[in-house]
Design a protein around this ligand. Sequence first.
Ligand SMILES: Nc1ncnc2c1ncn2[C@@H]1O[C@H](COP(=O)(O)OP(=O)(O)OP(=O)(O)O)[C@@H](O)[C@H]1O
Length: 580
Amino acid sequence: MSKKGLLRGYVLSHWPNYLLAILLIIASNIGQASLPRILGSFTDQLMQNTLQMQTVIRYSLSLLAIAIAYNLLFGSGQFMIMKLGRRFEFITRERIFRKFSELSEYYFSKQGNGKLLSYFMNDVTSVREAISNGVTMTTNATFLLLSCIVMMLLSGIPLTLILISIVPLLAIPFLVVFFGPRIRKRSRDVQEALATMTESAEEQLGGIRVIKTFAIEDNARSRFGATVDDIKHKQLRLVRLSSLFQATLPFLGALSLVVSLLVGGILTMQHSITLGSFVALTLYLRMIMGPLQQIGNVINTMQRSGASLERVHDLLSEVPDVREISEAEALQQVQDITIQNLTFHYPGSAAPALKHIQLQIKAGRTVGIVGKTGSGKSTLVKLLLRTYEPPQGTIFINGTDIRELSLDSLRSQIAYVPQDGFLFSTTIRDNIAFSNREAPLGDVEDSAKQAMIYENIVRFPDRFDTLLGERGLTLSGGQRQRTSLARGLIKQARMLILDDSMSAVDAVTETGILGSLRKLGKGKTTLIISHRISAVRHADHIIVLDEGQITEQGTHAELMAAKGLYAATYRLQEEGLHHV
Ligand SMILES: Nc1ncnc2c1ncn2[C@@H]1O[C@H](COP(=O)(O)OP(=O)(O)OP(=O)(O)O)[C@@H](O)[C@H]1O
């Protein structure tokens, strides 16, 4: 789909409504354009002293009828077009959100939140304005101009006089060609600077606690100030150019009035045209100035929205880097997992995050993964969940390459509990029953008990209905982790992955949770990633990762006997515990 196709597709699918709206506006313009003609003929009758009370009333009523008709017709046409514009905005926002949900983590890691939000806020609005104002103003301007010219001819104004008066207006297309691309470039600069500012504001607000504890408010202010300054500078550059452009248009209109006064005045004095025709001509030229300014505005709006349309189009055409093959298989149940010679580089990264990983995870077994920070533990899980696409022929579930599985079936079979499980600003119950909003309270309570957060929750004022986040309660790090763990457990998936999900929980609680998981999780395949050996020591199999490679593996006893990194880390951590 081309950039313009996004708009064209929408307009074409609503063409009857657009057509009706355009016809209403055209009809209103024809009525409007007859006003100067009526006033011209009124002037002529006035000059000939043929006016009677009845005629004056008739003229007044005609003007009133035209005004009312204009109001109704133009108002309805504009309303229809504005409504269609709002619908476009609504549909496009939905499409953008759907696209966001299809895109992979890699896409989001490259884009700041501010930039992503500006698609919803600035870009969609700017395109909507362009189609709403664009259609209304273009129709209005074009047909008012045409109607005025036809009416001028019908009013007995000679064609040469009309053409001479209009000559100054012929410069407009040249001005448009000159100013158009320049305004567009400056407008794009402003959009980008705005996105950077939103991003910076969001980051500073998100990190406000860190900023305060490090007492670097001045630093933060000056960094934010620089982005605001940049916007001001770029906006002024844009405003300078677009003001010059917009001011030139009325100037040309005024010039055409000067010509008409000069030539039309002489022709009136020579009685070549009537005074009424001369009055009508000046009124028409004044009337034409409005549409001319509108043309300028339309062009400016179009220029402004061009960049936005391009951005929205580029986003909607973005191909997700993790996608299903056309005949993806649905995974029925996670059983044996085989990882075969898996080497993985993050996009754009020269060093591999994982090197030649060979691993068998038998159904129903618990596998522990330990390793220093940055050793590749989370990367392994991300590949298993296809957050990033693993190379072909490296990860198999039940003998099928996971790249041949449907994403939905793969992810719904696995309950993944990350270290920093995000909690939404809603109730604790909704946060836990995230994968199934209909889950009965009993199930929510059971999983909270398994995650050892139940006792905390029942002490909150509204128990499971307690609101979290901005409008509610703030949980401690450990409480957040256990709530997120309960969210994973309620899913009742065949496979559970705990990715350092108890790092903020004290050792005693951790032992309690692991004990209950061992009891209740019988038959479930479990992957426990941890820095703490205490979390994995009871696993059936433990692997030690170091710089993306498996350096040791076996049971706790075997690894202790091997006296390698695992045994050394264990002793260090045990010592630490004894010193607490
Ligand atoms: N999105 C990414 N893009 C590029 N490199 C990444 C990305 N995520 C992780 N890495 C790199 O891959 C390597 C492994 O990271 P990973 O997050 O898997 O380590 P980890 O063992 O889980 O660490 P931790 O215990 O601190 O969570 C690191 O060198 C990290 O810098």
